[in-house]
Design a protein around this ligand. Structure first.
Ligand SMILES: NC(=O)c1ccc[n+]([C@@H]2O[C@H](COP(=O)([O-])OP(=O)(O)OC[C@H]3O[C@@H](n4cnc5c(N)ncnc54)[C@H](OP(=O)(O)O)[C@@H]3O)[C@@H](O)[C@H]2O)c1
Length: 279
């Protein structure tokens, strides 16, 4: 087994440490999820991001179990799927997530989407707090929450989520929401950090990659890391998986950061939280 990537750890509210670099599994089929998580753990990643929605929790669980790593060496995040917000359904779904992942507890459990028009997401948040209180989720948080959603759950319960996982990449920098999270002590994680691959041919990014002799994906991942964000790139190719983690021996200059920051155009690759609702 190779040594772990020396990813920095970020402390979330409540004291749980999360590796800043993690590994994504969205759209990975069963067999891809198993083989890519094995490859990621071999390459030294120690943080895996999955979700009930991805349909691959059993494969991710098997890959982690087969890796031979001790449970406390791998940080596991999963998420509550949209149809299961109602408290009894959430309890059943969370128990299934733990069973599928073959673990007693996850390190972080997130509400996947707020679905503010069709769910009582404040009640969902209260149910998430039960999972933390009973020790089956070391930390709980949210995903795709905007300021209004964060305010609503915090005003109602007085408890802040440990982390907010949102779409962020150079075309969608999300500065205001990241600042809002930071002011509240909420860690922000970037999903689709490479814009699902669409940013890899951007001329500004490729020219910075040429200047540094690094890949464009590595440059983008460095931009997230230097902003202090948790970042979870996905790939199913072992050589890309390893290369995406080889990002701790170089830095972007202030000028290179500024050139990447100038690419922000508010452009999503995925759905807006306002458009994801129960049918
Ligand atoms: N909370 C949410 O609502 C939410 C939503 C979306 C995603 N996520 C999480 O965030 C993770 C990352 O987001 P994402 O998977 O949407 O997109 P992403 O990580 O931005 O991009 C993944 C795409 O980039 C390609 N890629 C990766 N590394 C590459 C490299 N070095 N060179 C060339 N191409 C490369 C991959 O292709 P190959 O696989 O073919 O290599 C894949 O098509 C997900 O997997 C999931 O865990 C969460």
């Amino acid at each position: 087994m190779s040594s772990a990537v020396p990813s920095p750890l970020i402390e979330m509210a409540g004291g749980v440490l999360i590796p800043q670099l993690g590994f994504g599994t969205y759209k990975a089929t069963s067999s891809e999820a198993y083989s890519s998580v094995r490859a990621a753990l071999d390459a030294g990643y120690r943080h895996i991001d999955t979700a009930e929605m991805y349909g691959n929790e059993p494969d991710v669980g098997r890959a982690i179990a087969d890796s031979g790593l001790a449970r406390d060496e791998v940080f596991i995040t999963s998420k509550l799927n949209n149809p299961f917000h109602e408290p009894a359904a959430a309890r059943r779904s969370f128990a299934q997530t733990l069973e599928d992942l073959q673990v007693e507890a996850v390190d972080l459990f997130l509400i996947h989407w707020p679905m503010a028009k069709t769910t009582d997401y404040v009640a969902t948040w209260r149910t998430m707090l039960e999972f933390q209180a009973d020790g089956r989720a070391r930390a709980v948080g949210v995903s795709n929450f905007e300021q209004k959603h964060l305010r609503a759950i915090i005003d109602a319960t007085g408890v802040k989520p440990a982390l907010n996982q949102i779409e962020i990449h150079p075309y969608l920098a999300q500065r205001e929401l990241v600042d809002f999270d930071t002011e509240l002590g909420i860690v922000t994680a970037s999903w689709s950090p490479l814009g699902r691959g669409a940013l890899l041919t951007d001329p500004v990014l490729t020219s910075i990659a040429d200047e540094l002799g690094r890949s464009t994906a590595q440059v983008i991942i460095r931009w997230h890391l230097q902003r202090g964000l948790v970042v979870i790139p996905k790939s199913v190719h072992p050589e890309r998986i390893a290369s995406n983690a080889d990002v701790f021996d170089f830095e972007l200059s202030d000028d290179q950061m500024a050139r990447i920051n100038s690419l922000d155009r508010g452009q999503r690759t995925g759905s807006s939280p306002d458009n994801v609702e129960l049918a």
